[in-house]
Design a protein around this ligand. Structure first.
Ligand code: 6GU
Length: 244
């Protein structure tokens, strides 16, 4: 997987790309990330990449010229998947991150100011993605979120990913509680079942807690799933009956 990032503030991405799983994925040659400064494709002596909006109004627009030139250099065969990060895009989900992790070449275009000239979107962009319903000052942090979400599911990039899959329900439900030593801390006990060594009971407890947590915090997530009769019984036993 190769990812080219086109940004006005590339320095935002560098430290996160050199840390943890993203660093290891690159060291293992599972992932290559290149961050480019859009200003490198500016042609005038002031290296300008933005200009005033036609029709007037506040804010600046990223000019089409430097972006078209950059994409001609970064995507000569036009084989890459070009993603524009914008709050107007498709909401990022785990499923979208996993499907993008199967691509071989992504180009992430980070907006700033009022965004890009519409002709960039019309001609160059394959997909627009948002990371949530709030407004960031630019697409760089959103690009980082997307790279992180993709990087950790690249096959072989994360020893833990395989282990994250061990809980069959880990994808659809919120996570169950976790504990480590000591078994008693400031008067608070680790649930007995986790100390029992009884793996079936532990798995059942974790599943119940994941269901409970999802019902309490994200009922809409639960509504989207096909709950079994046993799931519904578990929720009822836990005192959560508003859901059917
Ligand atoms: Cl992708 N960009 C910006 N600027 N703000 C956002 C976003 C993206 N996703 C959510 N808010």
């Amino acid at each position: 997987m190769k990812i080219d990032v086109l940004a006005l503030f590339p320095e935002i991405l560098a430290p996160a790309l050199q840390t943890g799983i993203l660093r290891r994925a690159q060291e293992a040659d599972k992932l290559a990330v290149n961050v480019h400064n859009l200003r490198d494709w500016a042609t005038d002596k002031h290296k300008s990449v933005d200009d005033y909006p036609y029709g007037g109004g506040a804010g600046m627009i990223l000019k089409p010229g430097p972006i078209f030139s950059a994409l001609a250099d970064l995507n000569p065969g036009q084989t890459a998947h070009v993603i524009y990060l914008t709050p107007q895009g498709t909401p990022l989900t785990q499923a979208l991150a996993e499907s993008l992790s199967l691509e071989t070449h992504l180009i992430l275009l980070c907006g700033r100011y009022k965004g890009v000239d519409e002709r960039v979107r019309d001609r160059l962009v394959t997909t627009e993605i948002s990371i949530g319903d709030y407004v960031l000052s630019g697409g760089e942090i959103a690009a980082l979120v997307l790279i992180d979400a993709i990087g950790r599911v690249l096959p072989g990039a994360l020893g833990d990913y395989e282990s994250a899959q061990v809980d069959s329900f880990s994808h659809e439900l919120l996570d169950h509680p976790h504990y480590t030593r000591p078994a008693e801390f400031e008067g608070m006990q680790v649930p007995e079942v986790l100390l029992s060594g009884h793996h079936d009971n532990i798995e059942k407890w974790r599943y119940t807690e994941a269901l409970r947590r999802t019902a309490q915090r994200r009922p809409a997530l639960l509504q989207k799933l096909e709950l079994t009769a046993e799931d519904i019984a578990i929720l009822k036993a836990a005192g959560l009956t508003e859901l059917k």
